[in-house]
Ligand binder design. Sequence first.
Ligand code: NDP
Ligand code: 8X3
Length: 252
Amino acid sequence: MGKIALITGATSGIGKATAMTFAKNGYDVIITGRREKKLEALSEELSSKFGIDVLSLVFDVRDRKAVESNISELPGKWKKIDVLVNNAGLALGLTTIDKGDTDDWETMIDTNVKGLLYMTKVVSKIMIANGKGHIINIGSIAGKEVYPNGNVYCATKHAVDALTKATRIDLLQYGIKVTQIAPGAVETEFSEVRFHGDKEKAKEVYKGFQPLTGEDIAETVFYVTTLPEHVNINDLLIMPVAQANATTLVRK
Ligand code: NDP
Ligand code: 8X3
C-alpha cells in the first residue's frame, strides 16, 4: 500500500498499540518517543511481524528545535506522511490547584499543548506540500469535562479540543482531515506516570471495572482513516461501558 503513519509517543499504551495497528494494516510507520530502547524493540517487532518499513525517531516533543529538525529532515519517502497521530502526552499529579506542583503543570502544558502544536506545524506544512493528509489528535474526556483535582491536565486536554477544531478550520482549504479521538479511562502507563511511579495507586484507578485498552483506541484511530475521501470524523468520544462521563463510573 505504501502509506505512512507518524505516531508520537509510541513507546507505550495507546501510541504503541496504534503503531501496531497501522503496521498490521500495511502502513510504513514513523514511531517517536524519548525511550530509545523501547522504540528499538518496537521497531524490530513491527518490521519482523508485518514486513513493513519503520523509522524510529528519538526526541522530546517539548523540544521545538528537535521536533523541527527531526521532521523537516525526514529522509526520502518518509516525507510522504499520510497520517499524523498526535498521541504523546501525560498527566502529572491529581491535587487541588493550591497544592499543585508547578513543575508538573509546566511539563503537562509543554507536552500536551506545545508539543502537539510543534508537531502539527511542521507536519501540516509537509501535508500541504503533498496535497493530502489526516491529523488525528488524542484528546480525552478530560478535554470535554473538568473533574475534581484534574485542573491543569483537563485544561491541556481542553486546549487539544480547541486546537483540533482550529486546525480543522485552518487546513480545510488544503483538504487535510483533522480528527479528535477523546477516550475515557484506558489502562496504560498513564496512571503510573500521573502518580510519579506509584504502581499500587495506579492499579486502583482501574479496579472493579473493565477499562479500555490501548488496542481499543488504536482500532478506532485506524477506523477513522479508512473512511471514503469525502468523509471525516471530526470528534469521537469513546468510553468504557462502565464509565458514563468524567466522574460517573460503576465499579463492582
Ligand atoms: P502512556 O504513559 O502509556 O504513553 C504515553 C506516551 O507518550 C509514551 O509513549 C511516552 O513516551 C510519550 N510521551 C510522554 N511525554 C513525551 C515527551 N515529552 N516527548 C515525547 N513523547 C512523550 O499513556 P497513554 O498511552 O494512556 O497516553 C497517550 C495519550 O492518550 C496521552 O495524550 C493521554 O493524555 C491520552 N489519554 C489517555 C487516557 C488514559 O486513560 N490512559 C484517556 C484519554 C486520553 P516516552 O516516555 O518514551 O517519551
Ligand atoms: C485520561 C482520562 O479521566 O484520567 O485522559 O482524565 S482521565
